[in-house]
Design a protein around this ligand. Structure first.
Ligand code: IMO
Ligand code: MG
Length: 422
């Protein structure tokens, strides 16, 4: 299983890190390919909880080498906060993380811009500066990790960008911000010095390892419905969390990816604004939120909860080329009389079975549900598919049939131990 790509198949927070962690025990390399510190990847083991935003979750096993690819937007301060936190919990990071020199830097003015823009656009971003950093990248004004290693270039590029941004911020947003948008430069240059040993050509490195047949996991962040091309635009993130993002975000050939594991939660959550056809009624939504601890691990915001949406799920399988499904948080549905799966939408008297990111449709359509009998038994102690209550098995089989991919992994508790293969 040389390259296995792990993608979020819904609106993020599907439990990607838990599955990465589960699979990492047989893995040599784990690479992040897109997104930045907007991700919140949680792993629990030995009663310890780790939340990673930038460093691949594979770091939690001592034998893995982790890569941060060119497609990631890199927050150098968060990076060191994270390494220090890991070190303090006994996880050694020395010599185990490689950062691409081509990754774009998230700078303080990007976060400020994210905050300003958010006041108007109300996307519900994480305010981690993700959108503005990718915007600068695409408009060819971005500053990359490699620039941070050369003080003169860094100073000069920051100065040029800061001047333009100050004018724009003043004209469009407000004039009570600290006009010197360059005040972070010295602090960042010092971090750049510290970063030098981590910077390496991740593109050649990873391709070599692929050719040596090493076992590699690619850790996607966010999810298909947040994809800037395929998601519920403009209520999306600014990268491609779908499969294509792994190819461009790491510089590897598409045909070297043998397996695409799509992570689905047994229900649905969304944090931030935007349409959500299968959003649950208040009471059941609140129950699932509490039981599933559905609060953002990056921002702490309550997540909106909904029923599994097979229309969106099938679309996600198609655009990602998902070969295997990992189904997480099945246990949260234990004890319900009925469980629902959204199988189509109804819009202006029409039945829609293809996912369409048109907001007018998604905001106004009515979900058409298939209702299945729930299961009263707890799934907690299950170690295999056959241990699961019969109705839970039926739910999984139906879900798999509807999205068109086999379910290969099931997770039934937050702990490392609560995952098994089908
Ligand atoms: P993981 O990797 C869930 C959402 C934000 C917002 C939109 C845009 O943990 O699954 P951004 O800050 O990226 O510009 O915000 O995307 N979002 C996520 N939602 N999980 C994530 O990451 C997310 N990363 C961004 O809430 O709606
Ligand atoms: Mg998350």
């Amino acid at each position: 299983m040389p390259v296995n790509l792990i993608v979020g198949a819904q609106w993020g927070d599907e439990g990607k890190a838990k599955i990465i962690d589960y699979l990492s025990k047989n893995i040599d390399f784990v690479a992040r390919c897109q997104g930045g510190a907007n991700a919140g990847h949680t792993v629990v083991f030995d009663n310890q909880k780790f939340i990673l935003h930038l460093i691949p979750s594979g770091i939690l096993y001592s034998h893995t080498i982790c890569l941060i690819g060119n497609g990631v937007v890199f927050d150098v301060k968060k990076f060191f906060e994270e390494t220090e936190n890991l070190n303090s919990k006994g996880i050694d990071t020395k010599g185990r993380i490689l950062v691409s020199p081509n990754a774009h830097l998230v700078l303080p003015y990007h976060k400020l811009q994210d905050e300003f823009e958010e006041e108007k656009s109300k996307i519900g971003t994480t305010k981690r500066g993700i959108g503005p950093t990718y915007t600068d990248k695409v408009s060819r004004k971005g500053i990359r990790v490699r620039d941070l290693l050369d003080a003169e270039i860094f100073r000069q590029k920051v100065r040029a960008n800061a001047q333009t941004k100050a004018k724009i911020f003043k004209a469009l947003y407000r004039n009570d911000f600290d006009e010197d948008l360059t005040s972070f430069v010295d602090e960042f240059l010092a971090l750049g010095e510290k970063l030098k040993p981590y910077v390496a050509d991740t593109i050649y490195f990873l391709n070599e390892k692929i050719n040596e047949n090493k076992n590699i996991l690619i850790e996607g962040a966010q999810g298909a419905l947040l994809d800037v091309d395929f998601g519920t635009y403009p209520f999306v993130t600014s990268s491609n969390p779908t499969s294509g993002g792994a190819v461009t975000g790491l510089g590897i050939p598409p045909w070297k990816i043998q397996k695409v594991t799509g992570i689905f939660k047994a229900y649905l959550t969304r944090v931030g604004n935007g349409p959500f056809p299968s959003e649950m009624e208040t009471e059941i939504g609140e129950k699932i939120r509490q039981k599933g601890n559905e609060f953002g691990s990056t921002t702490g915001r309550p997540r909106r909860c909904g029923w599994f949406d097979a229309v969106a799920g099938k679309f996600s399988v198609m655009i990602n080329g998902i070969t295997d499904v990992a189904l997480t948080k099945l246990d949260i549905l234990d004890g319900l009389d009925k469980v629902k799966i959204c199988v189509a939408y109804e819009f202006e008297g029409r039945k829609i079975t293809n996912f369409d990111s048109e907001l007018k449709i998604l905001e106004k359509c009515k979900p058409i549900y298939e209702e299945l009998d729930g299961w009263k038994e707890s799934t907690e102690s299950a170690k295999s598919f056959s241990d699961l209550p019969k109705n839970a098995q039926k739910f999984i089989e139906r879900l798999s049939e509807l999205v068109g991919a086999k379910v290969s992994i099931i997770s039934i508790s937050p702990d490392r131990k609560g995952t098994f293969e089908v």
